[in-house]
Write a protein that binds this ligand. Sequence first.
Ligand SMILES: [Zn+2]
Length: 483
Amino acid sequence: MSVLESLLPGKNLLHIENCDIDEAESTITVKVSSVQTKITCPICGFPTTKIHSHYERKLADLSWANYSTSLELRVRKFFCINNECFRRIFTERLPSTVIPWARRTIRLASQLKNIGLALGGAAGIRLSKQLGFNASRNTLLNLVRKIPLPLFDSLKIIGVDDFCFRKCKTYGTIIVDLETNKPVTLLKDRSAETLSSWLKEHPGIKIVSRDRARAYEKGIKEGAPEAIQVADRFHLLQNLAQTLYEVFGIHSKEFKEIEKIRNQSSVVKDEENIVVSTIPTLAPAPTKQQKKAEQRRTRRFEKYQKIWELHSQGWSAKAIAKKLGIGCTTVFRYLRNPTFIERRGRSDKGRSLVTPYQDYIIKRWNEGCRETKTLFEEIKQQGFSGSYTTVSRYTTRLRECQGLKKRQRYSTKRLPKIIKPSKKPLTPYSAAWLILGRSDEEISKSEQEELIVLLKAQSPSLKEGIELAQKFISLVRQNKYGN
Ligand SMILES: [Zn+2]
């Protein structure tokens, strides 16, 4: 019995009386009784030896090998012999085995809690069953919920940010201890009132890091007026990316120029191969639509100038809106940006109906099929829904790249092979992340550097903007203050 006894929880306090193995059910039932000698009343702490009665509790325990195990625990009830104590009879406690009223041992509850923490209810219960523990989903979740929250008695530096219960619908606030990098609490919303009342309950906070949200600014001012408010690195860099995006947005001309340079430099790779850009090298004559877009831009620009003119004369946003016959929101939107923002180009820029068939066309072209009509028929079979002209525009470009004349299909010279470029066009958005070193495009480090050099070379103000941004980034990332 000694081996079995050492497997018991609280082994020095329990004695095995009997052990039943049910092979068919794969269960072990161990009958144990308490042998602890020092009994004290849980209320007054007075020692006693006066037994009142015995009773049995059934406790689930950890599995032994492949057997689900339960303990039939025989415990005693005692009289409290302290005349001043209000408790007359009590059950003996076995603090290393089980907590009062529980139906499982402490060590089983602890395992279930770990499973619940790692996997949650549904998945946790599947694993528990596999391990031979008999528990329900709610048991797991209740065990997790009962874990006491860590105590943070001396919070000094905290971070405040929002998180979403449902994106764009309901948000809460998370508070993190920035000295230990551990979450402290979750607040039900992201209002100034909730944050300020939490801060009032936790005095002594010296520094609060936050994003630009006005509500947090107000909440901190009210709840912890002594605390210094700072912006964290993540939000500083996020704001920088936004600013860069706006700056790049007003340099659309320069971005077009860069595209041209990139395309030209990629046309001839070597004597064997030619890379053909998907973007036309020559801008087509302005179409009706483009002319209209140009007119719309002019109108927007005039509106922008007018709003800022009135604003600088001290007009309120409301008055400006009334005077110009536009909405207040529009006025605010224009006033948020000190420089005129160009409309973002179409996200499908450089794409046409031919794009999905370009690989096929280039393959056939390199094989020697330079008949637009044949190619048109072939891709039509594959589901192409565009016109003959669209295909013909593309084949004309292929012809131009290889130095063939209009409608020329054969050449006595050996023609270089055509390759599709893999580069995506540079947009203000991708350029902003390029400067931040978080470009998601699959381009090498050296290419990224080349692009930045190219950007800087376009105009003095772009150069200045990028250099300021780079200084700021190194300051934020490497804690280089005072440089
Ligand atoms: Zn007592």
